[in-house]
Design a binder for this molecule. Structure first.
Ligand code: ZN
Length: 282
């Protein structure tokens, strides 16, 4: 049962190499890589939240696609860069370089198989940077590769049930994550332990009226590891969030499949080209 939330027929590793080799229109097939993390999410949620949300949202989207849109999920990256949560047991972190290399090497393998469209759906707020850097380098290496790294939460969804304070300051294990976990893995949510904890107002208002502009570790904001208010979360809200995120991602995958993205003339560059001297072009 490696496929988890992804429909069996859309889980690429369940195909043989012969079947993958024979796929038609491989340059437009969308390969979806969920990227999660294993890190503390307060006393009321399991450490698996980000891995579950990434795989759950991507899997939901793949399950909503019509047969006419070819897209496949590959196994999620379960571990992420979670060093801001290392003060709490259960957090298992890679460093940024390891995650960057992992994504590059997975991306190269996907490219080598003939695919030209890779979408990363990331559920951990602490790691967009290495994913975006890896995506950019894959593109530099291969000028016919469309590589996208986005947050699972970045597509449109109704957030009217979040309080203003929650919208402004919640970063971790708050209302949204707690609600969607009720939909994805209900037995894992212990609401009797849920409590709110917010960071103090940031002392440089020119830089932010919301989330801190300075780097932080979750332990800096209190002993529970929560940064937000999980106490108002309900199952109905979680089901609605999952349905909306799934629909929006299904739409995004459809658009990526149909997209005609710029192809560079020199298709693949060697390391010397993208790290060394490149003649500028007018
Ligand atoms: Zn999280």
């Amino acid at each position: 049962m490696l496929h988890g939330f992804t429909p069996k027929e859309r889980f690429l590793p369940y195909l043989s190499w012969v079947d993958i080799d024979a796929l038609e229109d491989k340059e437009n097939i969308v390969i979806v890589l969920p990227v999660g993390a294993i890190e503390q999410h307060g006393p009321h949620l399991p450490c698996s939240v980000d891995a579950t949300v990434a795989a759950g949202v991507a899997g939901k989207a793949l399950s909503l696609l019509p047969n006419s849109i070819p897209a496949y999920g590959i196994p999620p990256i379960i571990y992420g860069k979670s060093d801001e949560h290392i003060h709490f047991p259960g957090t298992i972190t890679l460093n940024g370089e390891t995650l960057l290399h992992m994504v590059q090497e997975i991306g190269e393998s996907v490219y080598r198989a003939g695919f030209r469209k890779l979408l990363m759906v990331n559920a951990h707020g602490g790691q967009p940077q290495p994913l975006e850097m890896a995506a950019r380098e894959l593109r530099l290496r291969h000028g016919d590769y469309m590589v996208i790294a986005r947050s699972a939460w970045s597509v449109a969804h109704d957030s009217s049930f979040f309080s203003d304070k929650e919208k402004q300051l919640s970063m971790h294990a708050g209302h949204g994550e707690t609600a969607i976990m009720m939909a994805l893995d209900p037995d894992s949510v212990k609401m009797e332990r849920a409590e709110a904890s917010y960071p103090p107002p940031f002392p440089c208002p020119t830089l932010t009226t919301g989330r801190p502009a300075a780097a932080w570790a979750s332990y800096d904001f209190g002993p529970t590891g929560v940064i937000g208010d999980p106490t108002k979360a309900t199952l109905e809200q979680g089901q609605q969030l999952l349905a909306q995120l799934g629909e929006q991602w299904a739409q995004a995958i459809t658009e990526i499949y149909q997209a005609d993205w710029i192809k560079r003339q020199e298709v693949s560059w060697g390391r010397g080209h993208y790290q060394g001297h490149i003649e500028s072009r007018k």
